[in-house]
Design a protein around this ligand. Structure first.
Ligand code: V47
Length: 390
C-alpha cells in the first residue's frame, strides 16, 4: 500500500467540485476555517475518497510524509471504578472477578521490567475509585519516576483529575503543581466520550459533563501541562453531536493552545452493556480521522491509535489525515477487555515497518513531539508546535 499522492490543488478542487464539496475544498486550500455545517457535509458525503484526499492535503501540508510514534508503556493502575459507563468493559467493583489496584511499588516493578527497552513514556489511565487516597497518586508518580527517572509520565484523564482533587480536598489549581512536582509530565485525552448531555444521560451519567471536562482541561493547560483530546465514536451519538464535540475542542484550543493531539476512539462493544451495537466500520473510522483533520485546524496532530483500529486501517489512516500511530504500548487492557484483537504490544521495528509500508517516514518522538532519533528514514525537520497561551 502506498500513500495517496499529494494532489495538485487544481485537481483536488476539480474532484471535490464533482463530489459537491467544491466550497469546502476551496476553504481548505485557502486555509480558511470550516463551519459546523461544513462538518456535517463531510460526515454525510458518500465521496469518502475525496474527503480523504482533502484531509491528506492538510496532513501533508502540516507534516509532509512524517509519521510520529513513540516507545511507550501503558499502566492501568486500577480497574476499580464507580462511574459504571455502559460502554466500558474494563471497570470492576471491589470483590468482582479480576478487580485490582496496583500498589505504587507494583507499578514501579512494571517500569523496571522494561528497563532494557528504550521506553520514553508511560501512559497511566485507570478507573475512578473514591477510596484511593490523594497520597496514593503522589506515591504512584514518585515510584514510577524513581524506577526510571528519564521517563515522561503522561497520566490521569480529566475524570481522574476531578476525582484526585476531590480526595485531596483542595482545588485542582493547587493539586496540579503537587502532581507535577511528583512527576506528572502531561495528560492523556480520555474521558471526554461525547460532550452531548443526551448521550451522557443514556450511557455514562455518573461521569463529569462535557463542560466540566473542558473546564478541567483548561486548568491543566493553565498549569503549563500539555494534554491530548479524544471522542468516543460509533455508538449512539449523532453526527450533529460529533460536530458539536469537535467544535468545543476547537474553541478551547483557540483559547489555550494546550492540546497536542486528537485521538478518535472507536467504540469496541464486546463485553460491555452496549454489546448489542456493532461499533464503527473501517470506513467509519477513516471518515472520523479525515473529518477531524479538517475541522480541528488548530490541533497539530491526529492519531490513528493502532490498538483500536487494527494495523491495516491505521496504515490507511496515514493517508486520510493521521500523522501519528501512538506507540509500542506494552500491556493494554481497556480495549482488549472490550474485544480488541490487535496484539497488546508491538516491537519498535514493527511499528517502523508498518509506517514505511504505508509509504510514510517513521519519526520517533517523545511525548512532547521532540524527535528522539535523528532519522528512521531520511526526513526533513519536524515542525515546531506553537507556543501555548496560558
Ligand atoms: O476514556 C473505554 C475509552 C478511554 C472503551 O492521550 C473505550 O494518547 C472504545 O484515554 N471502546 C481511555 N473506547 C483511553 C485513553 C487514551 C487511549 C490512547 C491514547 C491516549 C492518549 C488516550 O478509552 C476512555 C474511553 O473513552 N474507552 N472503553 C470501549 N469499549
Amino acid at each position: 500500500m502506498s500513500a495517496a499522492p499529494a494532489r495538485a490543488p487544481e485537481r483536488l478542487l476539480r474532484h471535490a467540485r464533482g463530489a459537491g464539496l467544491g466550497e469546502i475544498a476551496a476553504k481548505v486550500l485557502e486555509r480558511e476555517r470550516l463551519s459546523l455545517e461544513d462538518g456535517l457535509s463531510l460526515y454525510r458525503t458518500p465521496h469518502l475518497h475525496v474527503l480523504g484526499a482533502l484531509a491528506n492535503h492538510v496532513r501533508e501540508r502540516l507534516h509532509g510524509d512524517r509519521t510520529y510514534f513513540n516507545v511507550n508503556q501503558h499502566i492501568n493502575y486500577t480497574n476499580l471504578c464507580n462511574k459504571l459507563c455502559k460502554f466500558c468493559a474494563f471497570q470492576r467493583l471491589p470483590g468482582e472477578a479480576g478487580a485490582y489496584l496496583l500498589t505504587p511499588e507494583q507499578a514501579a516493578d512494571k517500569i523496571r521490567a522494561q528497563l532494557a527497552e528504550p521506553v520514553t513514556e508511560v501512559h497511566m489511565v485507570a478507573g475512578v475509585w473514591p477510596r484511593i487516597p490523594y497520597s496514593y497518586y503522589l506515591e504512584l508518580l514518585r515510584a514510577v519516576k524513581a524506577a526510571r527517572p528519564s521517563i515522561h509520565i503522561k497520566a490521569f484523564t480529566m475524570v481522574e483529575l476531578d476525582q484526585i482533587a476531590k480526595v485531596a480536598g483542595k482545588p485542582l489549581e493547587q493539586v496540579l503543581p503537587e502532581l507535577i512536582e511528583a512527576g506528572l509530565g502531561s495528560c492523556p485525552g480520555g474521558g471526554a466520550e461525547v460532550f452531548s448531555e443526551r448521550v451522557r444521560a443514556a450511557t455514562y451519567h455518573l461521569k463529569i459533563s462535557g463542560d466540566e471536562w473542558l473546564a478541567i482541561a483548561r486548568k491543566v493547560h493553565r498549569a503549563g501541562l500539555r494534554s491530548n483530546c479524544t471522542m468516543l465514536h460509533g455508538h449512539i451519538e449523532t453526527i450533529e453531536e460529533r460536530v458539536d464535540h469537535l467544535d468545543r475542542l476547537r474553541r478551547l484550543q483557540d483559547e489555550t493552545g494546550g492540546f497536542q493531539t486528537y485521538i478518535p476512539l472507536s467504540f469496541h462493544p464486546e463485553n460491555s452493556e452496549m454489546s448489542e451495537l456493532e461499533g464503527p466500520s473501517a470506513l467509519d473510522e477513516l471518515r472520523e480521522i479525515a473529518v477531524a483533520r479538517l475541522l480541528l485546524d488548530n490541533i497539530p496532530h491526529v492519531k490513528a491509535y493502532w490498538i483500536l483500529l487494527d494495523v491495516p486501517v491505521a496504515q490507511t489512516a496515514l493517508s486520510f489525515g493521521a500523522d501519528d500511530v501512538d506507540g509500542t504500548v506494552i500491556e493494554e487492557h481497556i480495549y482488549h477487555d472490550a474485544g480488541a484483537t490487535t496484539p497488546q504490544q508491538v516491537a519498535r521495528r514493527d511499528l517502523v515497518r508498518w509506517i514505511e509500508r504505508a509509504g510514510r517516514v517513521p519519526c520517533e518522538r517523545d511525548t512532547l513531539y521532540n524527535l528522539v532519533h535523528e532519522a528512521d528514514a531520511a526526513r526533513p525537520e519536524a515542525p515546531r508546535i506553537p507556543e501555548m497561551s496560558h
